[in-house]
Structures are given as structure tokens and as C-alpha cells.
Design a binder for this molecule. Structure first.
Ligand SMILES: NC(=O)c1ccc[n+]([C@@H]2O[C@H](COP(=O)([O-])OP(=O)(O)OC[C@H]3O[C@@H](n4cnc5c(N)ncnc54)[C@H](OP(=O)(O)O)[C@@H]3O)[C@@H](O)[C@H]2O)c1
Length: 335
């Protein structure tokens, strides 16, 4: 204590030393930075809703046959935009189109077009390019995504799944973005929302989802870079980050305070778009991220790993039970 006192105050005159002023300056700079960050976050979270009609009449949404993508497409139509939806299953595409058309819309004349494309196949981009060439796409939502069936070690992940994760989450997203840019730059307006994930943002990474986490970290850095690259040309690019949302991918069926429905998430995502290169649009997710990132890395890493090991243990137990039930049913039929 005496050491600190002697360092900060001159012993003879009791006046502050240079060390005192240095410490005071660092403290003031830290407080100013925290205040600025808080103000920026508050503005992003509570500022006026983005006018998504301002970008043009057409929006393109990938992975719009289910979950968050389907919700995005419905809300875009509700706001009066024409939508092109991309999906890999003809039946699901037709059903999604019906559902979007049945959704309330500002103007009944809005169109919903479909593009059948399996985004794990690089050739499928051609069909998307054709669809884009026929209209002026003002908004692109790169939402299609794929994850593991359950948490697991990399050596247990099939090479096919690894390739598909990179093809859908990284390659297709990059090529589709590239395809809409010439039109957007010539019109000097556009909004590109790339759906990332907490898995790609957390400092801990996402152990037992390593490839998924890596692909989503790409989405974050890609969007940040593009935002700076195209800002001066009137195009806003952002990475929109969900934690858990009710969907087929999360395997969560009931919403709660921390896990919104896909509709709710998509509504906040559109409302809070256009403000930053990185958006956590659902407030409880933003708070969750803040708390997790505030913990010492040694603690948050242990928590995340322990949680995923538990997910893996439960998934393997369930698979074992289902296999035993199937074997029993087969034996009964054989008898
Ligand atoms: N839900 C969450 O908790 C959560 C958390 C973090 C991030 N995310 C991200 O949010 C985005 C949407 O996920 P979601 O939760 O809505 O998942 P979802 O319900 O499984 O929907 C994913 C969509 O992507 C499509 N898709 C997958 N592989 C495709 C392929 N090869 N070609 C074309 N389309 C393909 C799916 O088509 P099918 O209908 O044919 O399968 C579906 O329409 C993803 O990028 C995901 O990584 C979700």
C-alpha cells in the first residue's frame, strides 16, 4: 500500500506524480471508451427501425424453406417487397411459397419466385444468377446454413459433412454475394445480411462444432471487410448473429426468453439492420454475449466445452436407445 502511495504522490510535497497523471489518463480513456461503446450499442438496439423498402423492390433469401429464412421471406413480403426464395427441395419450396403468399402483405401484388438450388453443389449458383439477372435485387439475405447433427469431435465428422459445411456456409454465400454486387453498385444501394452464429463470434470458439464455428467466423470477417469495401458505394453489409432460436437446426421447439421464435428473431433482425457490420438483434442474445465475453477465457472455455460434452453424451445415448428399439422392432417382425 505504501509502495503505491509513494509511486502516486511525492513524499515531500504530497503532490501527484507523473504516475498519478498517467493512471488518471488511462482511467479516463477507459471510461470514455466504455461510454462510447454503451451509447453505440444502445443506438443500434433502440434506434429507429431500418426502412427496408429503401433498398429496392426485390429481396433474395436463401434457405427460405424453413426456420429463420422462411420467417425473413414472410416479413419481407409483409413489408411490400417481392421475394425470390432459394431452397433445395421442390416440395418444401412450393409449400414455403404458399405459406409466404398466405402471409399478410402490404400490397397483394407482390411476387414470390422460387429457385431450386442445392447450395452444396457449386453448379447451383448458375440458376440463382439467372433469377437475379431478371430483377433488381436490393436486399440479399444469405441465411441458408448447415450444422452438425450433434456435438462431436472432428475425427468423427464425415468428410462429406465437412465439405457440405464449407460449400453451404462459406462458398455459396460468397458467390451469391458476388453475384448481387454489380446490380447494387450500379444502383448505389443495397443491403446484404449474412447470417452468422454465436459459434463464430465467441472468443472460446465452439468446441465439438469446430468446422461449423470456423465457417461462421468466416461470415463475420467476410461481412466486416465487405462493409468497409462497399460502404462508399451505398451498400451496407452485415453479419447478423443469433444465439439459440427455435428451429429445425437448434432442435428447440418451444420459445423462451433466451430462445425466440424464428419469426421474432427475423423481425428484430430486419428492424435493427443497416446500423453496423455486426448485429446481435435479439436483446437477450446481446446480453448473453456480453456476459460470456466478460468472463475470464479460462472459465468461459470450460463452461462451453462442458456444455457441449454433455450435449454429445445425451445425443449418443439417444442414438443408442433408438438403435436398440429399431433392432427390437425388426426382431419382432421377423418372428
Ligand atoms: N437456430 C439457431 O439456433 C441458430 C443459431 C445460430 C445460427 N443459426 C443460423 O441461422 C441460419 C438459419 O438456420 P435455421 O435455424 O433457420 O435452420 P433450419 O431451420 O435448419 O433452416 C436452414 C435452411 O437452410 C436450408 N439449407 C440447408 N442446406 C442447404 C443446401 N445444401 N442447399 C439449399 N438450402 C439449404 C434448409 O433447407 P431444407 O429445408 O431443405 O433443410 C433450410 O431452409 C443458418 O445459417 C444457421 O447457421 C441458427
Amino acid at each position: 500500500m505504501d509502495f503505491l502511495k509513494n509511486m502516486l504522490f511525492d513524499q515531500a510535497t504530497s503532490s501527484p506524480t507523473w504516475a498519478f497523471w498517467l493512471l488518471a489518463a488511462v482511467g479516463a480513456a477507459t471510461l470514455a471508451r466504455m461510454a462510447l461503446c454503451t451509447m453505440t450499442s444502445a443506438k443500434q438496439m433502440f434506434g429507429p427501425a431500418n426502412n427496408i423498402r429503401a433498398y429496392g423492390n426485390w429481396a433474395l433469401v436463401t434457405g427460405a424453406t424453413d426456420g429463420i429464412g422462411l420467417s425473413f421471406a414472410k416479413i419481407l413480403r409483409e413489408k411490400g417487397l417481392n421475394v425470390i426464395i432459394v431452397g433445395r427441395s421442390p416440395e418444401k419450396l412450393a409449400a414455403a411459397r404458399e405459406e409466404i403468399l398466405a402471409h399478410k402483405a402490404k400490397t397483394a401484388s407482390t411476387e414470390v419466385r422460387t429457385v431450386l438450388a442445392d447450395l452444396s453443389n457449386p453448379e447451383s449458383i448458375k440458376d440463382i444468377k439467372t433469377a437475379i439477372s431478371e430483377v433488381e435485387v436490393g436486399i440479399l439475405i444469405n441465411n441458408a446454413g448447415l450444422s452438425y447433427n450433434h456435438a462431436d469431435y472432428l475425427h468423427n465428422i464425415s468428410p462429406t459433412l465437412i465439405n457440405n459445411l464449407i460449400a453451404v456456409n462459406v462458398s455459396s454465400l460468397t458467390h451469391i454475394t458476388q453475384a448481387v454486387l454489380p446490380g447494387m453498385t450500379s444502383r448505389r444501394r443495397g443491403l446484404i445480411i449474412n447470417i452468422g452464429s454465436a459459434a463464430g463470434l465467441m472468443s472460446t470458439g465452439d468446441p465439438l462444432y469446430s468446422v461449423y464455428s470456423g465457417t461462421k467466423a468466416y461470415v463475420d470477417k467476410f461481412s466486416r471487410s465487405l462493409n468497409l469495401e462497399y460502404k462508399s458505394q451505398g451498400i451496407h453489409v452485415e453479419c447478423c448473429v443469433p444465439y439459440f432460436v427455435v428451429s429445425k437446426m437448434s432442435k428447440i421447439r418451444k420459445p423462451n426468453f433466451m430462445t425466440p421464435t424464428a419469426d421474432n428473431f427475423a423481425r428484430y433482425a430486419l428492424q435493427r439492420s443497416g446500423r453496423s457490420f455486426l448485429v446481435l438483434p435479439y436483446l437477450p442474445h446481446a446480453l448473453q454475449h456480453f456476459v460470456l465475453e466478460s468472463l475470464p477465457l479460462s472459465i468461459s472455455s470450460k463452461l462451453v466445452l462442458r456444455h457441449h460434452l454433455d450435449v454429445r453424451r445425451r445425443a449418443l445415448k439417444r442414438a443408442e436407445r433408438l438403435a436398440a428399439e429399431a433392432a427390437k422392432a425388426q426382431a419382432t417382425t421377423a418372428n
